[in-house]
Design a binder for this molecule. Structure first.
Ligand code: UDP
Length: 340
């Protein structure tokens, strides 16, 4: 690690799918990068590329450890806070430790960036909107940063994730107003790309794996639910550019592609692109997650604010992303075969 770099970026949760891509993009920009991760959901293998870079450092550490986090924040000029439990599968079952870890982490990070006056970016999620589009009878056609949030009851644990991430946003905004810290909040919409794993529920890696292994492609419910998938490369570009934009501080930005696809259509595309013989099966949501789970039908970002601020928003098309991911997954299964 050299000390000449003007920008020293700290990424919490940086061994995850998004954080590892962010680390690589920041290294490309000439920043020094430190990743902190306790490796509960993150994987050191995600950092294989970054680890060979002289300006990169990985520290296996829990963000809740304030004493050990303090010197790392002190050395940084900017902090990207991604450490969190992720994925509907993890959020679907009650876990007090998940909730408390997130709260301890944001408490620590906000105190430390306030003390050291470090620029801060909170990675939040489209989950914060809850089911805002589903229950408004078509009146809300896309989710704007100031759209009302609508959640289900607290005994449906899925909603804990939206609640926690919303509290993280509230705390970040409160510190911005009280302490004048430089802080921006990004709400990410269904980010996809290489290294994402299906283990925690994410639909695209799951469908690709099922298709390539000839297993049934499991569409939950009737598959009419829609999502907008955003390409990781586009998303990290926006995250980095927002961090550089002084006018973005104190603001919340949706980051996402705005073109929706239904999950059934997605399953058909993946079946077609992989040439798989897998059958597409409709699985009742209770079978996948039990009775105390609710799925979200519609989640479409309004990206006007992002476009106004940066002049662009994520646009890489779904087909292009799927082709790349299928090629990558095929290489993992048959490392020495070349597809023509
Ligand atoms: N989904 C599905 N089959 C799966 C995994 C997910 O039909 O094997 C559906 C899921 O119910 C949801 C959508 O795909 O409606 C997106 O799920 P994901 O967990 O990727 O993202 P999120 O629900 O957070 O938008």
């Amino acid at each position: 690690m050299t000390h000449q770099n003007e920008r020293h970026c700290l990424i919490t949760g940086g061994a995850g799918f998004i954080g590892s891509h962010l680390a690589e993009a920041l290294l490309k920009e000439g920043c020094a990068v430190t990743v902190v991760d306790n490796l509960t959901t993150g994987r050191q293998a995600n950092l294989a590329k970054a680890l060979s870079h002289p300006n990169f450092r990985f520290v296996k550490l829990d963000v809740a450890n304030r004493e050990l986090m303090a010197p790392l924040v002190a050395q940084s000029t900017e902090v990207y806070h991604l450490a969190s439990y992720v994925g509907v599968r993890l959020a679907a079952y009650p876990s007090s430790s998940h909730i408390l870890n997130n709260l301890r982490a944001i408490d620590n990070m906000l105190d430390l960036v306030t003390h050291y006056r470090t620029k801060f970016q909170l990675s939040s999620t489209s989950e914060v909107y809850g089911k805002a589009m589903d229950v408004q009878n078509g009146q809300v056609t896309s989710l704007k940063e100031d759209t009302d949030r609508i959640y289900g009851p607290t005994n449906i644990h899925r909603w804990s994730y939206s609640g926690i991430k919303a509290i993280e946003e509230f705390l970040t905004l409160a510190k911005y107003h009280e302490e004048g810290i430089n802080a921006v909040i990004v709400r990410l919409f269904n980010v996809v790309g290489p290294r994402q794993i299906g283990q925690n529920g994410m639909v695209i890696p799951r469908f690709i794996q099922q298709a390539l292994q000839g297993e049934p492609i499991t569409v939950y419910g009737d598959g009419a639910q829609q999502r907008c998938f955003s390409y990781i490369g586009d998303v990290v570009r926006c995250m980095i550019d927002l961090m550089k934009t002084p006018g973005a501080s104190g603001e919340i930005f949706n980051i996402g592609n705005h073109i929706p696809v239904s999950i059934l259509e997605l399953a058909h595309k993946i079946k077609e692109f992989t040439g798989s013989r897998s059958e597409i099966v409709l699985v009742p949501i209770e079978k996948a997650f039990g009775t105390s789970f609710e799925d979200v039908l519609l989640r479409i970002p309004n990206v006007d604010k992002l476009k106004k601020q940066l002049g662009y928003h994520p646009t890489t098309g779904l087909d292009q992303v799927l082709i790349e991911l299928i090629e990558e997954a095929e290489k993992m299964i048959h490392p020495y075969s070349v597809r023509h």
